[in-house]
Design a protein around this ligand. Structure first.
Ligand SMILES: Cc1cc2nc3c(=O)[nH]c(=O)nc-3n(C[C@H](O)[C@H](O)[C@H](O)COP(=O)(O)O)c2cc1C
Length: 137
């Protein structure tokens, strides 16, 4: 089971959540600044970002649009924001258009509560991974 965590973060908040999710999933989080286009394939891709003036970062959109159904089992989304969940909605729309499965459940951290939410993000990833392979419980 190959799991990846990828994120775009300008100011570090989404990065903190990405790192917590990666810890819960037992992998390393990679910034889209370091992996501008998708590499290889995976079973589960945790993908996250934030809205800036009501739009997701172009880097995140370009990455999502470059993903293919053949290279991804499913996507699990996460976001940080002041109030908006629109990054998740925008990403879901992209993946639905491509036929890439996306979990309904996603992780949201309000920007001022990111530090408090790190344990929840870790637990969210642990639960997601546990549900992938229930026989290992
Ligand atoms: C220029 C700018 C524009 C923003 N626009 C929005 C917005 O439209 N909606 C929202 O909910 N949050 C908005 N935010 C808040 C960011 O989405 C939030 O701080 C997020 O956690 C930033 O993630 P990052 O630290 O990973 O870059 C904005 C922040 C900045 C600096």
């Amino acid at each position: 089971m190959e799991i990846k965590v990828r994120y775009f973060s300008k100011f570090g908040r989404t990065e903190r959540i990405a790192r917590a999710i990666a810890e819960g999933a037992g992998v390393t989080a990679v910034s889209l600044l370091d992996e501008k286009a998708p590499q290889g394939s995976c079973d589960v891709l945790f993908l996250g970002g934030a809205p800036y003036a009501n739009v997701m970062a172009p880097e995140l959109r370009a990455y999502a649009e470059a993903l293919t159904k053949e290279s991804i089992g499913k996507v699990v989304l996460f976001t940080t924001a002041c109030w908006s969940h629109r990054t998740v909605k925008g990403l879901k729309k992209i993946f639905q258009g491509k036929g890439i499965p996306v979990d309904d459940e996603y992780f949201y951290a309000q920007m001022l509560r990111v530090k408090d939410k790190e344990p929840d993000a870790r637990a969210f990833a642990e639960k997601t991974v546990r549900n992938l392979s229930p026989e290992q419980e």
